[in-house]
Design a protein around this ligand. Structure first.
Ligand SMILES: [Zn+2]
Length: 313
């Protein structure tokens, strides 16, 4: 349970030294629409030595992330929903779910491979799911490396992205993760799915948090925290996606930027360089040409789907 996380607040706890972040530079991916994507990098090897990713962005670009799995009863349905919508996500997993030879855990080990087969990304969520801020240096290393080893045994890969359980983060945790070559990914949008118990509440909490982040922080999109271990999350996900599609109908009608899903977490990535390991990424600014290419495709899809909405052309 993520009891410590005030999920409805929608913002992960961030280190205080965020002011050390350098000025944003445009390093947005420049892949034109219609060009074949590069070979998949499901373990995020290209995301080493990054600043702390938060998802802050003034664009309506979303990345879905799922923690605490894989779970045999719920994760397969999440995978089907993501396929239906053509969305790639990041799964932050705990090896306590697949490190034994029980039939259930063997099946969950297979589920890890299925996540990869469907084109998603894997991240490290520690072995026992502790608050890393409670652990000493050796304790933090052990939680990460043990989990990594089981993921490697199951899949042959070692994730670079790490999500600290509960978003519990400190300069010491940041330094230790950096030393191990990990890039931390926090979140700026949540569904409250550890607090609520129904699909309707998951969907309504997400849409409320999304709206509030836009209104109060100028963050129109970002990294979404969910848990693929809850039945209400599994049921809430299609409602969230349908809700965003409906919202796109309205946004298209008024000529505004439409909601889009990042195919790859690198959209929210910045190299750390000489800055300290707890440096937080500046808000993600997208390359205007890249953004417009994707938005024009989305506008056309939205126009066809929603019927008579105003076109900007
Ligand atoms: Zn968790």
């Amino acid at each position: 349970m993520h009891a410590m996380l005030t999920s409805t607040a929608g913002t992960a706890r961030l280190p205080e030294s965020a002011t050390g972040a350098p000025t944003a530079t445009s390093e947005a991916p420049s892949l034109p629409v219609g060009v074949a994507p590069p070979p998949p990098d499901p373990f995020g090897e290209h995301l080493r030595d990054g600043m702390v990713m938060t998802g802050a962005t003034p664009h309506r670009l979303l990345l879905l992330t799922f923690d605490d799995g894989p779970e045999l009863r719920t994760t397969p349905t999440v995978l089907d929903t993501l396929d239906e919508y053509g969305i790639k996500a990041v799964f932050f997993v705990n090896a306590t779910r697949f490190d034994s030879d029980s039939p259930r855990e063997r099946a969950q080990r297979e589920l890890l491979k299925e996540i990869l087969r469907r084109g998603h990304f894997l991240g490290n969520h520690t072995y026992h799911h502790p608050e890393l801020t409670d652990l000493d240096y050796e304790g933090i290393r052990s939680e990460l490396l043990k989990n990594e080893e089981y993921i490697f045994e199951a899949t042959g890969g070692r994730p670079v992205l790490v999500r600290p359980p509960y978003g519990a983060f400190s300069p010491r945790v940041a330094r230790t993760l950096a030393e191990l070559g990990y890039t931390p990914m926090l979140w700026n949008l949540s569904t409250g799915d550890t607090m609520v118990r129904s699909a309707d509440e998951v969907a309504s909490t997400f849409l409320r948090v999304l709206h509030r982040q836009e209104r109060e922080n100028g963050e129109y999109g970002g990294i979404v925290l969910m848990h693929d271990t809850h039945s209400w999350t599994v049921e809430g996900l299609p409602r969230i996606l349908a809700g965003l599609r409906q919202r796109n109908c309205e946004l298209a009608a008024s000529g505004q930027e439409l909601y889009d899903f990042a195919d790859d977490p690198s959209v929210f990535f910045r190299y750390r360089g000489d800055t300290s390991p707890e440096t937080v990424t500046p808000p993600t600014q997208l390359d205007p040409a890249w953004l417009e290419a994707r938005q024009s495709v989305l506008r056309e899809e939205t126009r066809l789907r929603c019927g008579a909405v105003a076109s900007r052309e």
